[in-house]
Structures are given as C-alpha cells and as structure tokens.
Unconditional design. Structure first.
Length: 169
C-alpha cells in the first residue's frame, strides 16, 4: 500500500509502508482505450438489436462473443489505468523494482537522465529516465515545469546514489 503522495506536475512520488520511494506511473492511454472499447461494445449491442429488428441478423454468438471480448478488455484496461503501476526504489535490495521484478540494480545505474524535449515554447517538457550502463534506460516520467523536473531528478539521484545528467536537445 502506498502512503502519502507528493504530486509533481507529471510525476507522482509516494512512500510505501516500508519507507521506500515509489514513483506512481498512471496509464492515461489505457483509460482512453477502455472508453473506446466500451463505446464499441455498446454500438455492437445497438447494431445487433437494430439488425434483429430489420431481419439482418448475424449469428448471435458473433455479436455477443465480440461484445464480451470488448467489455473484458475494457475492464482490464480501466483497472490498469486507475491503479497504474509503481516503480519502487528499494535501498535494502539496491534495486529499482516493478512489483517483484528487478528493473535495474543500483550498481548498474550510471546516472539519472533529464532530457529537454523542445516543441514550441508552450510545448516544452523534460523527460526523466534512469540510465543503465548495459541496457535501455528506465522511463520514469515527464514534467512540463523545469523546476519540478529538477526536483524530481534530484530526488531520484539521491535515491540511487548517482548523478543527474541534463541533456538539452
């Protein structure tokens, strides 16, 4: 169970019951996809009802089967969108964890990377990643405010005991 949450604009930090730093990663795209699938299931039921009234009935199992699959996927995606998942920075294990899986060991982390992504002046944001020496970086989140991104980078760098590298592109 994750305790009090400190919300930075794009990244949410929390502390769990063992005092470990957690980064909550909500999945907004999953929520949007869940809504689309639920609407599609509703349209399928409506279409099936209209088809039955006009005598254009497809086999009932096709409509109900497809609708059941859509509803099941929508429910799973909605649950994942609501709770998301958390990266746990576990100092006792010396690793970044996602559930029970080790994502990166602190010994393998070279630095915390803060990358500036420029669109227009209004659409500038900073991406925060934990960079591993022998693998792909671990995406932490993105911030729209430079000061908040700096604070988030400093907090993560303190947790893993590595420096922050700022990349301006």
């Amino acid at each position: 169970m994750i305790g009090p949450t400190m919300r930075l604009s794009g990244i949410r930090f929390a502390t769990d019951a063992q005092g470990r730093l957690c980064v909550e990663l909500p999945r907004a795209a999953y929520g949007a996809l869940a809504v689309v699938l639920a609407v599609a299931a509703g349209l399928m039921v409506t279409r099936w009802g209209v088809g039955v009234q006009r005598g254009l009935e497809a086999p009932p199992w096709a409509w109900w089967g497809a609708m059941a699959v859509f509803v099941a996927f929508a429910a799973v995606l909605a649950v994942q969108a609501h709770w998301g998942h958390a990266l746990v920075f576990d100092a006792h294990r010396g690793a970044v964890m996602r559930g029970e899986r080790v994502v990166a060991r602190y010994a393998d982390v070279s630095h915390v990377e803060l990358i500036e992504r420029r669109g227009t002046e209004r659409h500038r944001h900073w991406v925060l990643r934990v960079h591993r020496t022998g693998g792909r970086p671990v995406f932490i989140g993105r911030e729209s405010d430079k000061d908040e991104a700096d604070r988030a980078g400093a907090r993560l760098a303190t947790a893993v005991g590595k420096p922050v590298k700022v990349v301006v592109r």
